[in-house]
Design a protein around this ligand. Structure first.
Ligand code: SF4
Length: 656
């Protein structure tokens, strides 16, 4: 019987694996619906964040879709996560399929299998899940008994490397998209599944908002570049559009955030205060593909915080977005929430904060009910010149002024994030990071009069991403990245006055090259992903599981037949006329504008944020028939009668 729990066969295996609690489900606010809740026409989704439970369970995207789908009377959604290799081996041995954590139903029994890819490093975990679920790895080998495999998330903006493995990809905001897909699947089921799987995929593809890779043919030029990507079915559009939810207040999800039983990476509740970013940092794919800016109103935020705290018992609320201090009413939001929860244990945090949008009043409000731990800023580039190249308009004076205020207000620890390998970068640009860190320490010592000031420099390799002005750029090779970072490390360590106050964290250049291959790859890279998986590749986002050699061996075996190699995909600069693998995925950004912005970056010319200056025609608003949605509304949050925050409130409710 489809939809039967496999827990009886899973349970004896759990005592033999690490962290078994991650596989048992039953979290506060999780939902288990009747398999036939709407009879034969029930549309059933299994949703996967293709990483370990502890990383996947706090994911907002999956949590939102899970709730939105389960609210529908004719649908159900359950979650599944990547199982660790110890359980994978036992599941294979005992014939236990990939299961959902909610009702332990086999993933292969659902109508749809939706995967949310924040990064490309989850691709091998998708293959494990498909294989364990008994779903053929290749879309072309599936029949009507198999779920429709749908990819979403930021990585899906270039779905080509996984084109062989997914039936469909959806880009942009998922809330309305999953409901529209559910309608189409429900209609098709209700009317007796006319035309089978092919017809269903055709119906999805013809909406213009669902990409079905099998309905597009890719041809190549003799030199390996793409000649053309063209639809091979009638009525299928040449380009597939992203989805954009304009009114965030109409989508106050998650209303009932999940509270994991096992440890997870974020032990807090998150409220997304706006989507999109128009700052225009040229390296930032998230900023580019989520345009335009859409703010949640101050009252909408207040309601979500109130409802979410009551529903979860969490004691920390993260105000999420790409650059939270940029919300047009952030000062009133922070003050209003700090006032409301004064005297409780409820803390607020602003996970991403720009140096230039930060001010100490805001920081003080955020920590009024909590601790003053570290502050994190991301100047991204070490020198003023490179910050112009990447359009991160932060001057050294801004940074020093900000850290001076922070140290003066009692913070002792500042973390700074940078990237290495940015276009036009030289050793000198990166060595400037050491100088900046020294000035930060010096400033901290001066304003606080103390010696125990610390600054941690964290640095990662830059990976050029699709749909950004740097999509044409050459990535820096792994060895060059390592050599540059080594010089920086030496510059920091050799400084006798400041060196011991500066922490230095960096990633070596190798994982960045694999990420680069997967980010800007085309369909031919799918063979590499499959070969890596067959050779044992799992959890590539985890350094203890990642193997650069395995990726390079697979690439050397699979790519030469096509006349390309890893360097061709990564360290090669592309020309203006080259057809990029993701050109037929419409993020709304005008390719000519992106090209001009790429040229501007090489000239070190900056562009302003279009929230505060006239539109510079990036293309998103007219293309998507949208516009920027921001405040201020002038509304203030009124104090609440707080029963007691977090867990106390939960206890009171449960005893009522
Ligand atoms: S179209 Fe204009 S206003 Fe809209 S995001 Fe682009 S630059 Fe900004």
């Amino acid at each position: 019987m489809p939809g039967q729990s496999v827990f009886r066969s899973l349970e004896p295996l759990l005592e033999q694996v690490s962290k078994p609690i991650q596989y048992v489900g039953g979290e506060l606010n999780s939902t288990v619906k009747d398999w036939d809740v709407a009879g034969d026409a029930t549309v059933r989704w299994s949703l996967m964040y293709p990483d370990a439970y502890e990383v996947g369970v706090p994911n907002q995207g999956v949590m939102i879709l899970y709730e939105v789908l389960n609210e529908r009377a004719d649908a159900l959604a359950e979650r599944t996560y990547a199982v660790w290799p110890d359980l994978e081996a036992l599941m294979r041995e005992h014939g236990v399929p990939q299961f959902t954590v909610d009702a332990h139903r086999p993933v292969g029994d659902f109508d749809l299998f939706g995967l949310s890819f924040s990064t490309e490093l989850g691709y091998t975990n998708m293959l494990t899940a498909l294989d364990l679920a008994g779903i053929p790895l290749h879309a072309r080998d599936r029949d009507e008994s198999h779920p429709i495999v749908v990819a979403g998330g930021h990585a899906a903006f270039n779905p080509e490397p996984i084109a062989d493995f997914v039936d469909a990809a959806v880009v942009g905001d998922g809330e309305e998209a999953v409901l529209a897909i559910t309608d189409i699947v429900g209609d098709w089921k209700r009317t007796g599944r006319p035309g089978g799987r092919h017809e269903l995929l055709m119906r999805l593809a013809r909406t213009g908002g669902v990409y079905v890779p099998a309905f597009y043919d890719v041809t190549y030029l003799p030199d390996g570049r793409i000649q053309r990507v063209a639809p091979n079915q009638p009525g299928v559009p040449w380009r597939v559009s992203k989805h954009t939810v304009m009114d965030l207040d109409a989508w106050p999800y998650p209303k009932q955030p999940l509270v994991p039983l096992a440890e997870s990476v974020h032990e807090r509740m998150s409220v997304e205060i706006f989507r999109g970013c128009t700052r225009g940092c040229r390296f930032c794919q998230a900023g580019m593909i989520t345009r335009p800016v859409r703010e949640r109103s101050i009252t909408g935020i207040g309601e979500m915080v109130e409802r979410g705290l009551a529903a979860t018992g969490f004691e920390e609320v993260g105000l999420l977005s790409l650059s939270s201090a940029d919300h047009s009413e952030i000062a009133d939001v922070a003050k209003g929430l700090a006032d409301r929860y004064e005297g409780t244990n409820t803390g607020l945090s602003l996970p991403s904060t720009r140096v230039d949008a930060f001010n100490i009043d805001l920081a003080n409000e955020l920590t009024r009910n909590g601790r003053r731990s570290g502050l994190t800023f991301a100047p991204e580039g070490g020198s003023e010149r490179i910050r112009k190249v990447i359009n991160k308009m932060v001057s050294e004076d801004d940074l020093i002024r900000t850290v001076s205020a922070a140290y003066g207000a009692g913070w002792r620890q500042v973390k700074l994030y940078f990237m290495c390998g940015l276009p036009t970068e030289t050793d000198e640009d990166v060595l400037q990071i050491a100088e900046l860190a020294k000035k930060v320490i010096e400033t901290g010592r001066q304003v606080s009069g103390r010696r125990d000031i610390r600054c941690t420099v964290s640095i990662g390799g830059f990976v050029p991403k699709p749909h950004t002005p740097f999509q044409w750029a050459a990535q820096l090779g792994a060895e060059e990245t390592d050599a540059r970072l080594d010089k920086l490390r030496q510059a920091i360590r050799s400084d006798r006055r400041y060196g011991s106050s500066i922490g230095f964290r960096y990633h070596d250049g190798k994982p960045g090259i694999v990420e680069g291959l997967l980010s800007r790859g085309d369909r031919r890279v799918g063979r590499v992903i499959e070969a890596v998986w067959r050779a044992g590749g799992r959890f590539d986002g985890w350094s203890e599981h990642f193997s650069y050699d395995r990726w390079m061996e697979a690439a050397s075996a699979e790519l030469p037949a096509a006349g390309v190699d890893v360097a061709w995909y990564t360290t090669r600069e592309r020309g203006e006329s080259e057809v990029l693998p993701w050109d037929h995925i419409d993020s709304g950004l005008d390719k000519e504008w992106l090209w001009q912005d790429w040229l501007d970056s090489l000239d070190e010319t900056e562009v302003e944020d279009c929230r505060w200056t006239p539109c510079f025609d990036c293309g998103v608003c007219p293309q998507m028939n949208t516009e920027i949605e921001i405040g201020p509304t002038g509304v203030k949050l009124l104090p609440l009668t707080v029963l007691g925050s977090g867990r106390e409130a939960m206890r009171e409710h449960s005893h009522a």
